[in-house]
Ligand binder design. Structure first.
Ligand code: FES
Length: 109
C-alpha cells in the first residue's frame, strides 16, 4: 500500500457523526461519511443512472439514492435494493494529523 496516495480532504471535525459531506479530488466527487465513529468514503455516483448520491441521505451505514431509492452499503459498496444492481466504489480512509484522508486509488479494506 502506498501512503503517498492518501490526500487530505477535510479537518477531522468536519464530518459530524451520522452525517456526510461531499469532497472533490481531481474533479472526482466523493462522499465522506461518519457512522458509529468510523469514516467511510465512496464515489458520489449512483451505479444505476450516474446520479449524485450526495443528493440522497444516510440510512445507518447505507447511502440512499434520492432518484429511485436504491441504498448502497458504505462498507462494501454493494446495492441493497433495486433498481441498482452494480456496486459503487469504496475508498480507503484514515484520520491523521487532525485531518481526514482519502486514497482515491484504493478500495476500502
Ligand atoms: S439513479 Fe440511483 S437508484 Fe436510480
Amino acid at each position: 500500500m502506498s501512503e503517498a496516495a492518501f490526500i487530505a480532504v477535510a479537518s477531522a471535525d468536519a464530518v459530524p457523526e451520522g452525517r456526510f459531506i461531499k469532497v472533490v479530488i481531481d474533479e472526482r466527487p466523493f462522499i465522506l461519511a461518519q457512522v458509529d465513529g468510523r469514516f467511510y468514503a465512496v464515489e458520489d455516483n449512483c451505479s444505476h443512472e450516474d446520479y449524485p448520491l450526495s443528493y440522497g441521505c444516510l440510512d445507518g451505514d447505507r447511502i440512499k439514492c434520492s432518484l429511485h431509492g436504491s441504498r448502497f452499503s458504505l462498507v462494501t459498496g454493494e446495492p441493497l435494493d433495486e433498481p441498482a444492481e452494480e456496486p459503487i466504489r469504496t475508498h480507503a480512509v484514515k484520520v491523521a494529523d487532525g485531518r481526514i484522508w482519502i486514497d482515491p486509488t484504493r478500495p476500502a479494506d
